[in-house]
Design a protein around this ligand. Structure first.
Ligand SMILES: [Mn+2]
Length: 441
């Protein structure tokens, strides 16, 4: 083909980025122009395009972060084609693409489209995180109807599917419209932490959330004065700062694992709401990249300290057991610990939901816990310096005489401890871990 050479405008991707590279991107934008059920104001299928188009005119530099946020790497996928057959099929398509992104350890940000697509994304997250995450919903509506207009996959039913079918904890913010049946459901089931309108404090919201948070944001949570471009605008909505204030704190204190921003129905000629949606997403990406770099700094400081201290506490009689989400238990002696550390360095393995317990937890155990990224430390006694380190690393702990006997917990598959405790180098450790996985499965 002829090589045209002329100046071009910003490409049609989120942020109008010159070069997109999937491999080096942490954020993946998934446009889903889905619209099926009838609307007061229709046009949600134009939402993703309008957001991307507006985002091409955003400034890359962010005054708050004093940085070009796009440096985290943003890759925009092609628009997903909704199924013409059924809502369920579209939701499955969404689930597939989000699963693929999670497999690649990236953070998906989905652009809607109708709110129903959230179910597909959240299903993919459940496969990866099980029930170890919260869904934080910003919305003018509670979306808790069991069925609406003859379907369970209506956008007014999406959170009901999340709490009932996926059995996930939800927190709802900004709700100012719902039906009597939804009110009854809320009262009876107590399945939602709901904050009506502006009646919330950031601390209260934080208190309802698990460590991992998926954010679903229906743009009608904003006041119609700044966000008229939605299917059902409700008065008394949140301001730009209300919403950003909450998400900023979630970014600081929790782990944002995925986001969707839905229900933009662009009004021709009115660009400010489209731009608001684009900028909102960019701000959220900023919060995410901020927390990732903070965690990396914290991690590397702890790793350094761990290495420095390793010699000292490996001399002591360290005997600990680690119970991981992989249902693998191993007992470590001095050499075993050396093998474990070598293994973590080489294979970059993380025992995300593990528990360590030890007879006595000193600073060494606390550092190891931080290093392994475990969730909880149990021990009979804990030193002051251990408590200090664990608090710093945001790890829960429980020090009491009766250390729970997790090893004997019913239904826990355990691979032979002896097998793993003899691994004294990284490759050996990896081999044994792999073998034990096979034993378990
Ligand atoms: Mn909604």
């Amino acid at each position: 083909m002829r090589n045209f050479s002329y100046p071009t405008l910003e490409p049609y991707n989120f942020g109008g980025l010159e070069k997109q590279n999937y491999k080096s991107s942490k954020i993946v934008i998934v446009p889903v122009p889905y619209e099926s059920t009838t609307y007061y104001q229709s046009g949600a299928k134009e939402g993703p395009w309008a957001i991307i188009n507006a985002s091409r005119h955003m400034e890359g530099f962010d005054i708050e972060q004093k940085n070009d946020i796009s440096k985290i790497g943003i890759f925009t996928l092609e628009e997903l084609e909704p199924s013409k057959n059924s809502p369920r099929e579209t939701i499955l398509r969404v689930e597939n693409v989000i699963s693929n992104i999670l497999e690649d350890e990236k953070i998906p940000i989905m652009l809607g489209g109708e709110h129903s697509i959230t179910l597909g994304a959240v299903s993919a997250f459940k496969k990866k995180y099980s029930r170890e995450f919260s869904v934080l919903q910003f919305d003018a509506h509670s979306d808790l109807r069991d069925e609406f207009e003859g379907t369970k996959f209506h956008h007014g039913c999406v959170m009901r599917r999340v709490v009932d079918d996926l059995r996930l904890p939800i927190t709802q913010v900004g709700v100012r419209s719902m039906s009597m049946a939804e009110e009854d459901f809320l009262k009876e089931s107590k399945k939602s932490n709901i904050f009506f309108g502006k009646q919330f404090s950031i601390e209260e919201i934080m208190g309802t959330l698990k460590e991992n948070v998926y954010i679903t944001l229906d743009l009608d949570v904003f006041d119609p004065s700044i966000m008229p471009s939605v299917g059902t605008p409700e008065p008394g909505g949140l301001t730009w700062e209300d919403v950003l204030g909450v998400i900023r704190e979630v970014g600081k204190n929790k782990n944002i694992i995925g986001v969707d921003v839905v229900e933009l129905s662009p009004i021709p000629g009115l660009i400010a709401p489209d731009f608001l949606a684009a900028k909102l997403i960019y701000k959220i990406i900023g919060f995410i990249s901020n927390s990732i770099s903070l965690n990396q700094q914290k991690e590397s400081v702890l790793k350094k300290e761990m290495k420095k201290n390793f010699e000292i506490f490996s001399e002591s009689q360290l005997e600990l057991e680690i119970w991981s989400d992989d249902k693998i238990v191993f007992r470590s002696d001095k050499q075993g610990l050396a093998g474990l550390m070598e293994f973590i360095e080489k294979y970059n393995h993380k025992f995300k939901h593990s528990i360590i317990f030890d007879k006595k937890a000193g600073r060494g155990v606390a550092l190891l816990a931080a290093y392994l990224n475990v969730k909880m430390v149990y021990a009979k006694i804990g030193s002051d310096s251990a408590i200090e380190t664990l608090k710093e690393a945001n790890i829960d702990f429980d020090f009491k005489e009766n250390v729970p006997n997790i090893l004997n917990k019913k239904g826990t598959d355990i691979c032979p401890i002896e097998k793993l405790s003899i691994s004294h180098n990284a490759d050996e450790f990896y081999k044994l871990l792999k073998e034990s996985r096979q034993i378990i499965s």
